[in-house]
Design a protein. Sequence first.
Length: 812
Amino acid sequence: MKTDAGRAGVRSLQPRRGSCQGRIALLLVMALVMFLALAGTVLAADRWTDISDQTWVAAYQTTAEKIDTVADGYPDNTFKPDRLITRQQFAKMAVDGLGLTPLTPSTARFLDVPTTHPYYKWIEGAVAKNIIGGFTDNTFRGSQYITRQQANSILGLYLSQEERDDTGYIQGDKGQYESLAAWYLAEGSALPTPFVDGDEVSMVHRQATAYLIYHGVVKGSQVGAAKYLRPFSNLTRAQAAVMIVRVKETAFPEPAELHLSVADIPNPVVAGTSSNVTVTARDQYGNLASDYRGTIRFTSTDGKASLPGNYTFTGTDAGAHTFASGVILRTLGSQTVSVVDTATGSITGSQTVQVVTSSSQPSTLRFTVSGLTDPVTAGQASTVIVTVRDASNKVVTGYTGTVHFTSSDPHAVLPANYTFTVADAGTHTFTNGVTLKTAGSQTVTATDTIASITGSQTLKVNPAASSKMVIETLANGSGAAVEAVSVKAGSKVTVYAISRDVYNNYVDNTAAAWSLTGKTAGVVDGDLVPAPNGKSAVFTGHLMGTAVIQAVTTVGAFTDDTGIITVTAGDVTKVRIEDEADGSGTEVGSESITMGSSLTLYAISRDSQNNFIANTAATWSFASRTGGVVNGDLVAATDRKSAVFTGHALGSGVIRIQSGALSDTTGTIDVVPGYRFVVVGINDPVAAGALSSVTVTILNETDAIATDYTGTVRFTSNDPQAVLPANYTFTSGDAGTHTFTDGVTLKTAGSRTVTVTDTVTSTIKGSQTVTVNAGPAARIVLETKADGTGTAVGARTLTAGNPSTGTLTVYA
C-alpha cells in the first residue's frame, strides 16, 4: 500500500559485417565510454522497464520516485503507462496513493460491488471519504474506463475536503468560502473558460474540475495555441498517477491571522466634505476579533486628505471603532483610504471611493459603449469605444474613474480595468480589445468600479467556421456528446452529427458516413441505420454485445466516436426448453435417445430479440406421452431450472414447461432401442498414408446384430488429416453390417481413433483406436530442435565473432 508521508511547513498533501564497420563501431563505443568517464556520469537502472525515469521528468514533470509512492508496477517490472485505467483501478490507486483507509463493511454500498468483489475494500474506503458516489441506479460500474472529468471529481472532492479540514474554509483569490460550491460560484466558474472545450465538462464535474485547475493539478493539453481539457477522454495509468502526485504536493497557504476592514465612507463622496470611517478587526474566518488591542495608522492616495491620527484600540471598542467625521477627501477621482497595524504590517485594510464635485454626481453620468462590429464572427477581435456622458449627453472630459468590462459571453476576452486620464477627455478607444466567442445575442458592459456609472452594447455573434464534429443526443446543438450508453434489446437510440466551431458553438447538423467499430458478441453493422441525409443514425439493440458508433463528415472529414454502446437484455417475453444452461444451447426439437440413456433439459428465459436472460424456475410435465414412457421418467431439479428425462422403455414424449404465463414444449422425443456400433478392421498398427478397410456392425440392446437397421452413419477422427468414408445409409441388404473397403487413410503418427455416429441419434456410436506409425521418409527439413519438436529454420543473420549471435545449430 502506498501511504502519505505526512505534512510539514505549509500544508501539503503528500512507473557478418565488414571489418571496417566493426572498427567504426568499436571506436564509437570507446568514445562513449571516455565521454561518460570524463563527465563523471553514473548510469542508474530505470525504475520500470517500459518507461524511463527521464520520461517521467520530460513528459510529466515529475519523478519515478514520486510515482512509486502512489502506484505499483506489474510483476514483470513494467508500469504500462499508456494502459487505460478503469474506475475500480483508479479507486485503488487513489485510496493507496493518498493514504486513505481501505474498508470492508458488512453491507455493500453499490449493487455491482459485492463484498466478494476484488476491489471492494478500496471502493468502500473511497465511499467512506465521500469522494465517490456512483451512478443514479446505485451501481459503480468499476470495469468501465474512467474519464478525465470523473477522475477530477474524485480528486477534487478529496483535495477540497483536505483544505477545509486544515484551514476551515476554501481559499480563493478574493476571499474564503465555506464550501467548494460557494467558492465555485464566486470565483471558480470562469477557470475552465481558457480551455476550448471547457464548456463540455458535465455540470456534476465542473466544481471539482475548476478547483483542480486553480491548484494546478489539472493543466490541460496544448494543441498549437489552444488548450483542451478533454473531459470525456479516458485516463491512462501514467496520467492518473501524475494527478495523484500533484494532489499530494498541493500546498495550502497559511491564513493571515488578522485583517482590518475599512467602511462607511460614502461612495461617491463629494470633495471637501467630512465622512465617518469605521475600522473593524477580523480573524481569518471573517469573525469579529473583539480582543484586538493594536494601534493603527491611516494613509490615503489623496495627498490632500485629512485623516485621523494614530489610534490604539481598547477593550470598549470590542474590535471595531468609528471615527466620526474623521476623513475629508479633496482630490477628484478614485481614492483609497488605508489602515495598517503599526506593529504588524501584514494587518491591513482599505476602502476605495470615487471623489466627485457636487455638480458631477455619478447618478447623472452614464457610459456609451460603441464601435463593436455587429454582427461579428466568434473569435474575431473588435474595437470598443467607451465615452462618459452627463445627463445632457455632453462628454464629461474631466472623468478619471476606472472602468471595468463584463459580458454576457462567459468566454469573452475583454480589456483589463482601465483608469481614464485627463488626456482621454472622457473617451477612450480599446483597439481590438474585445473578442466574443459564444454565438448568439451578446452584451458587452462597461461599469465604473466605484460609482454607479454603466453602459453597454448588444450585438450578434455568429459561429466561426466548423472545426470539429461531435456525435450528440439532439439535432439542434442543444444536446450533449454521446458517452457510454446502455440500450435494452428492442430499444433504440438516435444520434446526430453536429458540426461545431473551435469555441464549441453549434454550426449545423451535418451529413456524415456512419459505422460501428469495436463490435462484440451479437452487435452487427445492421443495428445502425443512417438517415437518408446522413445527418443522423438510429441504433437499435437486438442481440447483447457492445460497439462504438463512429461518424465521419462528408465535408471536412471530421471524425468522432461515441462512448461504448452496450446492448443489454430486454424484458422476458418467452421461455424455451434448451439443451444447455446459461443460454449457450439450442431449443430442443424432435430427437431420439436410446433406452437407458438420459437427456438433460433446461428452462431458459429470453427477450424478444432472443437474448438470454436467465436459467428460470418452471413447472415440468409431459404434454403427451406414448408407449412405455411414464411420468416418472421426467425428474425436475430441486430449483426447477432443469430436468432429466431418462428413457426406460420404448415410446415417446413431448415435454412442457410453465413459468408464470409463459410456456414451451419440446418436439417429440423418441425412446429407441439401445443400439451401438462395433468398428473393426483398420490395420493396427498402420503406416501413415496406408489404406485400410473398416467394418461397421450395429448391435441392439442384447448385443445381437440389428439386421433391420437402416440409419445413416457419419465418420470422424482425431487425425485432422484423415481420409474417411462419406456418410452412408445402411440398407436392408447390409443386414446390420457394412464394410468400407480401403475406406480409411490415417496420416498423423500416434494413437488415432476413428468414430462412427448415427446422424439422427447421436447416442448410437462406436469407435476403433489404432497406432499410426510414420511412413517412409519423403523429404528432409532443417529444424531448430531434434526429434521433430522444433520448427523449420528460416532466414537468419549471424554476427562474426559473437558467441551468442554468431552460431546456429540445426537438425535434419
